[in-house]
Ligand binder design. Structure first.
Ligand code: SF4
Length: 186
Protein backbone atom coordinates (compact mmCIF):
# COMPACT_ATOMS: atom_id res chain seq x y z
CA UNK A 1 0.00 0.00 0.00
CA UNK A 2 1.22 3.51 -0.67
CA UNK A 3 0.51 6.75 1.13
CA UNK A 4 -2.68 8.69 0.45
CA UNK A 5 -5.61 9.80 2.53
CA UNK A 6 -3.44 9.32 5.61
CA UNK A 7 -4.11 11.68 8.51
CA UNK A 8 -2.82 11.37 12.07
CA UNK A 9 -4.93 14.39 13.08
CA UNK A 10 -8.27 13.42 11.55
CA UNK A 11 -11.14 15.30 13.23
CA UNK A 12 -12.96 12.77 15.39
CA UNK A 13 -16.70 12.69 15.93
CA UNK A 14 -18.50 11.80 19.17
CA UNK A 15 -17.07 13.99 21.93
CA UNK A 16 -17.98 17.04 23.96
CA UNK A 17 -16.15 19.58 26.14
CA UNK A 18 -16.47 19.43 29.91
CA UNK A 19 -16.67 22.44 32.22
CA UNK A 20 -13.20 21.68 33.62
CA UNK A 21 -11.60 21.99 30.18
CA UNK A 22 -11.26 18.30 29.45
CA UNK A 23 -12.87 16.58 26.48
CA UNK A 24 -15.07 13.53 26.99
CA UNK A 25 -15.11 10.94 24.25
CA UNK A 26 -18.64 9.71 23.55
CA UNK A 27 -17.70 6.91 21.17
CA UNK A 28 -17.67 3.99 23.58
CA UNK A 29 -18.81 3.37 27.18
CA UNK A 30 -15.29 3.98 28.52
CA UNK A 31 -16.26 7.70 28.43
CA UNK A 32 -12.61 8.77 28.57
CA UNK A 33 -12.11 12.30 29.87
CA UNK A 34 -8.95 13.75 28.41
CA UNK A 35 -6.69 16.67 29.19
CA UNK A 36 -4.81 18.35 26.35
CA UNK A 37 -2.36 15.87 24.82
CA UNK A 38 -3.86 12.80 26.47
CA UNK A 39 -5.06 9.71 24.64
CA UNK A 40 -7.99 7.50 25.59
CA UNK A 41 -7.75 3.90 26.73
CA UNK A 42 -7.91 2.82 23.08
CA UNK A 43 -4.79 4.99 22.50
CA UNK A 44 -5.93 6.17 19.07
CA UNK A 45 -8.29 9.00 20.03
CA UNK A 46 -6.49 12.03 21.40
CA UNK A 47 -7.23 15.48 22.79
CA UNK A 48 -5.24 17.83 20.57
CA UNK A 49 -5.51 21.61 20.45
CA UNK A 50 -8.89 21.56 22.13
CA UNK A 51 -10.52 19.01 19.88
CA UNK A 52 -10.64 15.24 19.59
CA UNK A 53 -8.67 13.61 16.77
CA UNK A 54 -8.36 10.08 15.40
CA UNK A 55 -4.65 9.35 15.03
CA UNK A 56 -4.93 6.23 12.86
CA UNK A 57 -6.99 7.41 9.90
CA UNK A 58 -5.45 5.79 6.82
CA UNK A 59 -2.92 3.82 8.85
CA UNK A 60 -2.90 0.05 9.16
CA UNK A 61 -0.98 -2.52 11.15
CA UNK A 62 -0.91 -4.80 8.13
CA UNK A 63 -2.78 -6.55 5.35
CA UNK A 64 -3.29 -10.22 4.57
CA UNK A 65 -5.29 -12.14 1.99
CA UNK A 66 -7.07 -15.08 3.64
CA UNK A 67 -9.58 -17.68 2.55
CA UNK A 68 -12.98 -16.52 3.80
CA UNK A 69 -13.27 -19.83 5.65
CA UNK A 70 -10.76 -18.48 8.23
CA UNK A 71 -13.51 -16.12 9.41
CA UNK A 72 -16.30 -17.38 11.71
CA UNK A 73 -18.97 -16.90 9.07
CA UNK A 74 -21.55 -19.33 7.76
CA UNK A 75 -21.76 -19.70 3.96
CA UNK A 76 -20.53 -16.16 3.29
CA UNK A 77 -19.22 -16.30 -0.27
CA UNK A 78 -17.62 -19.74 0.23
CA UNK A 79 -14.43 -20.35 -1.73
CA UNK A 80 -13.64 -16.62 -2.00
CA UNK A 81 -10.72 -14.69 -0.56
CA UNK A 82 -10.92 -11.81 1.93
CA UNK A 83 -8.48 -8.93 2.36
CA UNK A 84 -7.95 -8.56 6.14
CA UNK A 85 -6.65 -5.43 7.77
CA UNK A 86 -6.60 -3.68 11.11
CA UNK A 87 -5.09 -0.62 12.71
CA UNK A 88 -3.67 -0.42 16.23
CA UNK A 89 -5.10 0.06 19.69
CA UNK A 90 -8.37 -1.21 21.15
CA UNK A 91 -11.08 -0.09 23.56
CA UNK A 92 -11.10 -3.51 25.22
CA UNK A 93 -8.45 -4.91 27.54
CA UNK A 94 -8.92 -8.68 27.26
CA UNK A 95 -6.10 -10.49 29.07
CA UNK A 96 -6.27 -13.34 26.54
CA UNK A 97 -5.99 -11.15 23.42
CA UNK A 98 -4.19 -13.09 20.69
CA UNK A 99 -3.43 -9.80 18.87
CA UNK A 100 -2.04 -8.01 21.93
CA UNK A 101 0.97 -6.68 20.03
CA UNK A 102 -1.45 -4.82 17.74
CA UNK A 103 -4.28 -4.01 20.15
CA UNK A 104 -1.87 -2.63 22.76
CA UNK A 105 0.69 -1.20 20.37
CA UNK A 106 2.17 2.14 21.33
CA UNK A 107 4.52 2.38 18.35
CA UNK A 108 2.33 3.47 15.45
CA UNK A 109 5.07 4.95 13.30
CA UNK A 110 6.96 1.67 13.17
CA UNK A 111 3.90 -0.55 12.85
CA UNK A 112 1.75 1.15 10.28
CA UNK A 113 1.30 0.66 6.59
CA UNK A 114 -0.53 3.53 4.99
CA UNK A 115 -3.68 3.20 2.92
CA UNK A 116 -6.64 5.41 2.17
CA UNK A 117 -10.14 3.92 2.04
CA UNK A 118 -10.08 4.04 -1.76
CA UNK A 119 -6.66 2.34 -1.89
CA UNK A 120 -7.90 -0.52 0.27
CA UNK A 121 -10.97 -0.98 -1.92
CA UNK A 122 -8.84 -0.83 -5.07
CA UNK A 123 -6.36 -3.35 -3.65
CA UNK A 124 -9.16 -5.78 -2.78
CA UNK A 125 -10.49 -5.50 -6.33
CA UNK A 126 -7.02 -5.99 -7.82
CA UNK A 127 -6.38 -9.04 -5.63
CA UNK A 128 -9.73 -10.56 -6.56
CA UNK A 129 -11.00 -10.51 -2.96
CA UNK A 130 -14.78 -10.63 -2.64
CA UNK A 131 -14.64 -8.90 0.74
CA UNK A 132 -12.55 -6.81 3.13
CA UNK A 133 -12.40 -7.74 6.82
CA UNK A 134 -11.82 -5.13 9.53
CA UNK A 135 -10.08 -7.32 12.06
CA UNK A 136 -7.04 -7.71 14.40
CA UNK A 137 -8.40 -4.88 16.58
CA UNK A 138 -11.92 -3.53 17.09
CA UNK A 139 -12.95 -1.24 14.19
CA UNK A 140 -15.22 0.76 16.50
CA UNK A 141 -12.23 2.80 17.68
CA UNK A 142 -11.39 3.93 14.14
CA UNK A 143 -15.03 4.39 13.17
CA UNK A 144 -14.51 7.33 10.80
CA UNK A 145 -11.84 5.43 8.82
CA UNK A 146 -13.80 2.16 8.95
CA UNK A 147 -17.02 3.70 7.66
CA UNK A 148 -15.23 5.53 4.83
CA UNK A 149 -13.44 2.31 3.87
CA UNK A 150 -16.65 0.27 3.94
CA UNK A 151 -18.31 2.89 1.74
CA UNK A 152 -15.42 2.79 -0.74
CA UNK A 153 -15.60 -1.02 -0.84
CA UNK A 154 -19.34 -1.11 -1.41
CA UNK A 155 -18.98 1.36 -4.27
CA UNK A 156 -16.88 -1.32 -6.00
CA UNK A 157 -19.25 -4.16 -5.10
CA UNK A 158 -16.86 -5.52 -2.47
CA UNK A 159 -18.44 -6.84 0.73
CA UNK A 160 -17.16 -5.89 4.19
CA UNK A 161 -16.87 -7.85 7.44
CA UNK A 162 -16.53 -6.10 10.81
CA UNK A 163 -15.00 -8.17 13.60
CA UNK A 164 -16.23 -6.22 16.62
CA UNK A 165 -17.40 -6.62 20.19
CA UNK A 166 -19.95 -3.87 19.54
CA UNK A 167 -18.77 -1.93 22.61
CA UNK A 168 -19.99 1.42 21.34
CA UNK A 169 -22.43 4.14 22.41
CA UNK A 170 -25.84 4.50 20.79
CA UNK A 171 -25.25 7.46 18.45
CA UNK A 172 -22.02 6.03 17.11
CA UNK A 173 -23.68 2.62 16.81
CA UNK A 174 -26.34 4.16 14.58
CA UNK A 175 -23.60 5.43 12.26
CA UNK A 176 -21.34 2.39 12.40
CA UNK A 177 -23.53 -0.64 11.80
CA UNK A 178 -25.61 0.66 8.87
CA UNK A 179 -22.33 1.09 6.96
CA UNK A 180 -22.13 -2.71 6.95
CA UNK A 181 -25.72 -3.44 6.09
CA UNK A 182 -24.97 -4.71 2.58
CA UNK A 183 -22.41 -7.05 4.13
CA UNK A 184 -22.05 -8.57 7.56
CA UNK A 185 -20.45 -8.18 10.97
CA UNK A 186 -19.38 -10.75 13.52
S1 SF4 B 1 -13.23 5.14 21.96
FE1 SF4 B 1 -11.24 5.26 23.04
S2 SF4 B 1 -11.09 7.37 23.81
FE2 SF4 B 1 -13.25 6.99 23.25
S3 SF4 B 1 -14.22 6.37 25.21
FE3 SF4 B 1 -13.61 4.49 24.10
S4 SF4 B 1 -11.55 3.96 24.87
FE4 SF4 B 1 -11.98 6.09 25.47
Amino acid sequence: MTAGGVNAHFPARYWHALDDGRLQCDLCPRNCKLHEGQRGLCFVRKCEQGRMVLTTYGRSSGFCVDPIEKKPLNHFYPGSSVLSFGTAGCNLACRFCQNWDISKSREFDRLCDQASPEQIAASAARLGSASVAFTYNDPVIFLEYAVDTATACHARGIKTVAVTAGYVHGKAREDFFPAWMPSTWI
